[in-house]
Design a binder for this molecule. Structure first.
Ligand code: ZN
Length: 159
């Protein structure tokens, strides 16, 4: 009986946590807001893990890491254009890296930021987690390194 009560207690805590997460997303006022189950319908399991749970894909796992075709990188969740190929560089980290974003289309979480962990970077339209930005990018351009999960991106080649 005691075990049953503990299980019920744990389940209760978990449901409170997911409500809390939703509240935070709504408060951010993103143009596109979906429930967790709606996102699960439109995203693959890997995309959901990165975009909605702030996960990180395995280094060198994305085919976009070595993509040198000219074009535009979009948010995989809501198709907002986020980065251009002319701002992509080979950082050697195993994740697609850019020195500049498309202005206004990404947003940052400054809380808990440090040079080591970087500042968390999100799509400004749907709030999807993209990766982190660091200050060790190319010195001859912006000095920024936007370290982005390839699974969070779609790529459209230039016509
Ligand atoms: Zn998005």
């Amino acid at each position: 009986m005691k075990i049953l009560f503990s299980i019920l207690f744990l389940l209760n805590i978990q449901s409170c946590m997911s409500q809390e997460t939703k509240k935070v997303l709504e408060e951010d006022n993103f143009k596109i807001v979906k429930t967790d189950s709606e996102w699960k319908q439109v995203l693959s399991a890997k995309q959901y893990y990165v975009l909605r749970e702030s996960g990180t894909e395995q280094a060198f796992s994305s085919p976009l890491n070595n993509n040198e075709t000219k074009g535009t990188y979009l948010c995989a969740a809501c198709k907002t254009p986020l980065f251009k190929s002319e701002h992509k560089f080979d950082s050697g980290t195993g994740w697609p890296s850019f020195d500049t974003e498309i202005t206004g289309n990404v947003t940052y979480t400054k809380e808990g930021a440090s040079n080591y962990y970087g500042i968390e970077e999100h799509c400004a339209t749907c709030g999807g987690h993209l990766g982190h930005v660091f200050n060790d990018g190319p010195k001859n351009t912006t000095g920024k390194r936007h370290c982005i999960n390839g699974v969070a991106l779609d790529f459209i080649p230039n016509p």
